[in-house]
Ligand binder design. Structure first.
Ligand SMILES: Cc1ncc(COP(=O)(O)O)c(C=O)c1O
Length: 349
C-alpha cells in the first residue's frame, strides 16, 4: 500500500517552509516596505523591482483549466529539471534511499540522483525500448522511493506501453514519475487523466518543447494535492520569476498558434521519417512520438563530425548503451530539415 507519510523524509515533514514577505501580508496596500525591494523602480522595467507571486496563482489557475486538474494539483518549477531535483530531495534520504531508472533515457535523473547522493538502480529498456516490468519489480528494494519513466522517451522517441506503466504504478509503493516532456507531439493521452486512480503518480510536463519556451524555464508537475503541497513546501520561494509568469500567461492564450506549431512539427517529422530511410547510410529510423528522431547509421561519429562541418548540430548518442551508432535529430523548420537531408544524402562513407 502506498503511504505518502512513510516515504517522505522526516525532516521534510518536520520543517517549516520559508515565510516570504508576500506570504505574511496578503492584502493590498499603497506603500510596500516589507520585502527590501527597490521602491524607486527597476532598471529592467515593468514591475520587476517587486518579488513575483511565490504561489503563481494566476498561472496555475489557467493551466488547471487547460489541463483539467485543480490548481492545487500543479507544481511549477524552474524547468521540469527543478521538479526532478525536488522529488529526490522530498523522499530520498542522502546515502540511504534509492531510485530506479530505465536507460537509455533522459540524463537528468542520474545527475539529480548523484547530486543528492541517492543510489540509482538501472534496468535497461528492452531492444524495442519498452519496460521489462518483471525485472523492474525484481529490482525494487525496500529503500527504493522513486521510479522514473519517460514517455515519449528521450532519446528514443517512443511511447512507453501504458499497461506497463500501470503495472508499475500498481505494484510499487513509492512514487512513479512519468515524464511527459514530449506528450504534446504524441497521440497517447496524458497520465494527468489518471491522477485520481494512482496516489503515487507524478506527471511531469514542460513549456520547453511544444510551447517553445525553453529559454524561460517553466516546468510542471501534476500529482495529488498532498504531494504538490510538499513540493511547494520545499521549493525556493520565488522559483518562477515575474517575466516568466507574465509571458507564460500570454502564451497560454494562444492555443491556436500552439496547435499550429505542433501540427507543423509533426508533419515535418513525418517527412523526415519517410525520407531518411531512403538514404544508404541510414540503418534504422526508430518510431517516434516526440519532436526528434533517433536514427541509426553506419558510422555515427563520422556522420556527426561531417554534419558539424556543414554547420548542422545533432546529438551524438553513440556512447549511450542501446543507442550505438545513433544520432538524435530534433525536427527543425522545413528549410533546416531539407538542409539536413541534403547534407546526409551527400555524405560519403
Ligand atoms: C524527458 C525530458 N524531461 C525533462 C526535460 C527538461 O525540461 P525543462 O526544460 O522543463 O527543464 C527534458 C529536456 O530536454 C527532457 O527531454
Amino acid at each position: 500500500m502506498f503511504d505518502l507519510q512513510s516515504i517522505v523524509r522526516p525532516n521534510v515533514w518536520r520543517m517549516k517552509p520559508y515565510a516570504s514577505a508576500r506570504d505574511e501580508f496578503k492584502g493590498t496596500a499603497s506603500v510596500y516596505l516589507d520585502a527590501n525591494e527597490n521602491n524607486l523602480g527597476s532598471l529592467a522595467g515593468n514591475n520587476y523591482n517587486r518579488y513575483p507571486d511565490p504561489h503563481q496563482k494566476a498561472l496555475k489557475s489557467k493551466i488547471a483549466t487547460i489541463k483539467g486538474v485543480k490548481p492545487s494539483q500543479i507544481f511549477l518549477g524552474n524547468g521540469s529539471d527543478e521538479a526532478i531535483d525536488l522529488l529526490f530531495r522530498m523522499v530520498c534520504r542522502p546515502g540511504q534511499d534509492r531510485a530506479l531508472f530505465l536507460p537509455p533515457t533522459y540524463g537528468m535523473y542520474e545527475v539529480s540522483a548523484n547530486l543528492n547522493d541517492v543510489q540509482l538502480d538501472t534496468v535497461q529498456l528492452t531492444a524495442d525500448f519498452q519496460i521489462p516490468v518483471a525485472e523492474v519489480l525484481r529490482n525494487v528494494k525496500p529503500e527504493t522511493k522513486l521510479i522514473f519513466i519517460c514517455s515519449p522517451n528521450n532519446p528514443t522517441g517512443n511511447n512507453i506501453n501504458p499497461e506497463d506503466i500501470e503495472a508499475i504504478l500498481d505494484n510499487f509503493d513509492g512514487l512513479v514519475i512519468v515524464d511527459e516532456a514530449y506528450i504534446d507531439f504524441s497521440d497517447e493521452p496524458s497520465w494527468t487523466t489518471r491522477l485520481q486512480d494512482f496516489p503515487n503518480l507524478v506527471v511531469l510536463q514542460t513549456f520547453s518543447k511544444a510551447w517553445g519556451m525553453a529559454g524561460l524555464r517553466l516546468g510542471m508537475a501534476f500529482a495529488s494535492e498532498e504531494i504538490i503541497a510538499l513540493l511547494d513546501k520545499i521549493k525556493p520561494p520565488y522559483n518562477i520569476n515575474e517575466a516568466t509568469q507574465e509571458l507564460a500567461l500570454k502564451a497560454l492564450d494562444q492555443d491556436e498558434q500552439l496547435k499550429y506549431m505542433i501540427e507543423e512539427i509533426i508533419q515535418e517529422r513525418q517527412l523526415l521519417e519517410a525520407a531518411l530511410p531512403t538514404l544508404a547510410i541510414v540503418e534504422k529510423v526508430y518510431p517516434t512520438d516526440a519532436n526528434f528522431i533517433l536514427v541509426k547509421v553506419k558510422d555515427a561519429n563520422a556522420l556527426y563530425s561531417y554534419l558539424l562541418d556543414k554547420g548542422i548540430v545533432t546529438r551524438n548518442r553513440s556512447s549511450v548503451p542501446g543507442c550505438e551508432n545513433c544520432l538524435r535529430i530534433s525536427v527543425g523548420t522545413t528549410d533546416e530539415n531539407q538542409k539536413l537531408y541534403q547534407a546526409m544524402a551527400e555524405f560519403k562513407v
